[in-house]
Structures are given as structure tokens and as C-alpha cells.
Design a protein around this ligand. Structure first.
Ligand SMILES: O=P(O)(O)OC[C@@H](O)[C@@H](O)c1c[nH]c2ccccc12
Length: 275
């Protein structure tokens, strides 16, 4: 199945899910969550921290392209381990049907961690932004491929009004050009995974780097596994690196993360590479 098709399938399923979730937990109830009044952490700041790894370490059990990646790693040990290893931030998949995650994974990660947490899901409705806030997320992902510019604007502004940061994901220059919106978005992520055949190429990030204005923190997503790749991406201006499978395919994902953080520390300092 091509990813254009899988995205449609996921979004259709998501809309049904939201409808039933809304009945169970209406917006008013979400707003009574303890997290609703708490101040989120800034993903931007943590990614730009001097001497930091820039890693956004993802907790991902499975995916449509890979099937099961890791069914057994516990969310507590893994996410706390990621943070101890030196990840700048966490990403937690909350989609159940396609990625094997759940909202409770994020809430669990929240209880064990004090770094920013990105809620990774397919956001198509304002309800999900309020939900992200209620479960303790600091940032949300908006995927340009499934949203109109108007939707990006309204969803992003709502998130910003709650103090959440917004990572906008794009796949190509056309998506970037039509979706870019400094009032609704703080960070821009380039997904290296091809929409049609699931193939991965860091060239996608390399090619788009320059087209992303510097007011956005640039994040490269998917298919990254080496410090050498991160070094190259840094040179063209990326400051965030979202890795899932490279960690999760190990029985102890946090150890793989620690090893990579060590290698990143040996890379040339950012000041010297961005002349
Ligand atoms: O496991 P990888 O190849 O390191 O990729 C991580 C992350 O980029 C990927 O999970 C992802 C990027 N954008 C998404 C949108 C929805 C779900 C998942 C994703």
C-alpha cells in the first residue's frame, strides 16, 4: 500500500476515533486536567541548547511501513533512559491503531521526565489539541500533507494559545510553500520518508533546508541512524533530529540512544560548522 493511501486510511480512522472519544471525554472534561494549567516546556529551547544533542528520541512500537519494531520495551524505562542518555526531547506516538501507542504512554512519559514531549499523532481536529494539552504534552505535530493552510492556521493558533509549540511536518517544497505560517508554527520538520513508497532519503532534508526561513527551528525526521548523518544535517542548518526506529529496534532503545549521544558529542561544535 502506498503511503498516500495509508495517510487517507489513517485520517479516516482518526476522525471516527475522535467522534467517539469526544463522547466519552468532552472538551469541558479535558480542561479539568491538572496539565491544563501547567506551563509547557519549550521544544525550541531544548533543541537549541548549547552543547546539546538536538535529538528528539521517539517511543514507537510499530508503524505501517515496518510492522512491529518493539513490542516489549516499557515506556517508563525507555523514555527516562532517553532523557538520561542526553536526548533533548521526547516524541511519543499516541496513535493506537497504526502505531501501537496510546495517550497513557505520553502521560506515563510525562510523569518520569522533565524534558519537552512532542505528541506524535495525526491531528485533524481542535479536540486533539486540547487533548494533547490535557495529557501533558509540550508540543504537537501538524502534518501538512493532511491539512489545508487554513486548518494549519487554526489548529496551530489554538495550540499556541495553550502554550504548546507546533512542529509542522512537510515532505517537499510545494507543501512547505503553501503551509508556512509563523503565527501558527514554531518548528518545521522535513520528513525523509517518501509518501508513496516508504523509501528513506536524507537528501529530502538536504534539499529543503535552505528554503526554510531561519525563524523556524529546522528538524529532520525519519531514517536517521548515524552521527555522520547528523553532522551533515547540522551543516545545512538542522538543529533537531527525530529518531525512532534506530533506537526502538534494540531491546534497550535507551542504550542505543546513549551510544549515539556520545558520537554526537565528538562532532565539530555547531559554531564552527555554521560559519
Ligand atoms: O523511525 P524513524 O525512521 O527514525 O522515524 C521517526 C519519525 O520521524 C517517524 O516516526 C514519523 C515522522 N512523521 C511521522 C508522522 C506520524 C507518525 C510517525 C512519523
Amino acid at each position: 500500500m502506498s503511503q498516500a493511501t495509508i495517510l487517507d486510511t489513517i485520517v479516516t480512522h482518526k476522525r471516527q476515533e475522535i467522534a467517539s472519544r469526544r463522547e466519552l471525554v468532552p472538551t469541558k472534561l479535558l480542561e479539568t486536567s491538572l496539565y491544563f494549567n501547567s506551563q509547557p516546556l519549550s521544544l525550541r529551547k531544548y533543541l537549541l541548547r548549547e552543547g546539546g544533542s538536538g535529538l528528539i528520541a521517539e517511543f514507537k512500537r510499530k508503524s505501517p511501513s515496518k510492522g512491529w519494531i518493539n513490542q516489549y520495551a516499557p515506556v517508563e524505562r525507555t523514555t527516562l533512559g532517553y532523557m538520561q542518555a542526553g536526548a533533548a526531547a521526547l516524541s511519543v506516538l499516541t496513535d493506537t491503531e497504526f502505531f501501537g501507542g496510546k495517550n497513557e504512554d505520553l502521560t506515563t512519559a510525562r510523569r518520569f521526565n522533565f524534558c519537552p514531549i512532542l505528541r506524535k499523532d495525526f491531528v485533524v481536529d481542535e479536540y486533539q489539541i486540547l487533548e494533547a494539552k490535557s495529557i501533558g504534552a509540550d508540543a504537537v505535530l501538524l502534518i501538512a500533507a493532511v491539512l489545508t493552510p487554513q486548518e494549519i492556521d487554526s489548529l496551530g493558533r489554538l495550540a499556541r494559545s495553550l502554550g504548546l509549540e507546533v512542529l509542522l511536518e512537510v515532505h517537499d517544497g510545494e507543501e512547505l510553500a503553501r503551509s508556512i505560517n509563523a503565527d501558527a508554527v514554531n518548528l518545521i520538520g522535513v520528513n525523509n520518508r517518501n509518501l508513496h513508497d516508504f523509501s528513506l532519503s536524507l537528501d529530502t532534508s538536504m534539499a529543503l533546508a535552505e528554503a526554510i526561513p531561519n525563524e523556524f527551528v529546522k528538524v529532520s525526521e525519519s531514517g536517521i541512524s548515524t552521527a555522520a548523518a547528523i553532522g551533515q544535517l547540522r551543516e545545512v542548518g538542522f538543529r533537531g533530529f527525530l529518531l525512532g526506529e534506530a533506537f526502538m529496534r534494540h531491546a534497550r532503545p535507551e542504550r542505543a540512544c546513549a551510544a549515539l549521544v556520545q558520537e554526537i558529542a565528538a562532532l565539530p561544535k555547531i559554531e564552527s560548522v555554521v560559519a
